[in-house]
Design a protein around this ligand. Structure first.
Ligand code: ZN
Length: 220
């Protein structure tokens, strides 16, 4: 087994709305403690952790492939099947024994390129009878218009020559192209939904701009 190709994908993540990274809607309900945005410990500037971006890319593709949340859990796909590009590209989650080699995708932390100031947004629960806003809480988010530096790496191994991927356009892609097309599809799908917390209520709308694969335009 041998590594045969290494590709670099660069670009910009542009916030079309405020962006909340680090707040967790799972743990804190509206009315709970104020939530703060994740920041670099030294520069104190917000950034998008690679794990956040990678998790969103993975989750979009799990939803596409019908591998989102098993019968018993909400765990990521760990099937480790030869034909599972999710396990191959993102890593087979908790599967200990597999023959894939390293995860094909590397997602770097995305530092601020422009903007990066934060604002406090108030969220409420609406009383169903009176229409009154109850339990206001403030959440911190990066202001709209901010930009972050996107940097991904895609590694290809010789065993990837057998990979197959059918794109959203119905076209079949094989070998290393299957991995590139898979990634392109994942990026496009993340752009359609968004990233961070509170996407269903106005935060996290983003656009990927100036995407390049090894310096060549990488069009979504
Ligand atoms: Zn899998």
């Amino acid at each position: 087994m041998r590594k045969t190709e290494h590709h670099t994908i660069t670009g910009t993540v542009v916030c079309l709305s405020g962006l909340r990274i680090g707040g967790s809607d799972d743990l804190l309900q509206t009315g709970g403690t104020d939530l703060t945005c994740i920041k670099h410990p030294i520069t104190l500037q917000p950034y998008i952790p690679g794990s956040t971006l990678k998790g969103r890319l993975r989750s979009e593709m799990e939803q596409r492939e019908g591998k989102f949340g098993g019968k018993e859990s909400n765990e990521p796909c760990g099937c480790a099947r030869d034909d599972c590009l999710i396990c191959r590209i993102f890593g087979p989650h908790k599967a200990k024994f597999h023959k894939f080699g390293p995860s094909r995708l590397i997602v770097r932390d995305a530092p601020v390129l422009k903007g990066g100031e934060t604002e406090l947004k108030t969220e409420n629960v609406i009383d169903r009878k009176t229409g009154q806003a109850l339990h206001p809480r403030k959440v911190e988010r990066v202001v709209a218009g901010s930009e972050f530096v996107l940097k991904l790496a895609l590694q290809v191994w010789d065993i990837d020559n057998l990979s197959k991927f059918r794109g959203d356009d119905g076209q079949d892609h094989t070998g290393p192209n299957a991995l590139k097309e898979f990634l392109r599809t994942a990026i496009l799908r993340v752009q359609r939904t968004g990233i961070g917390s509170g996407v269903s209520k106005g935060s996290g709308e983003i656009e990927f701009r100036s995407l390049k694969l090894d310096g060549q335009d990488f069009v979504l």
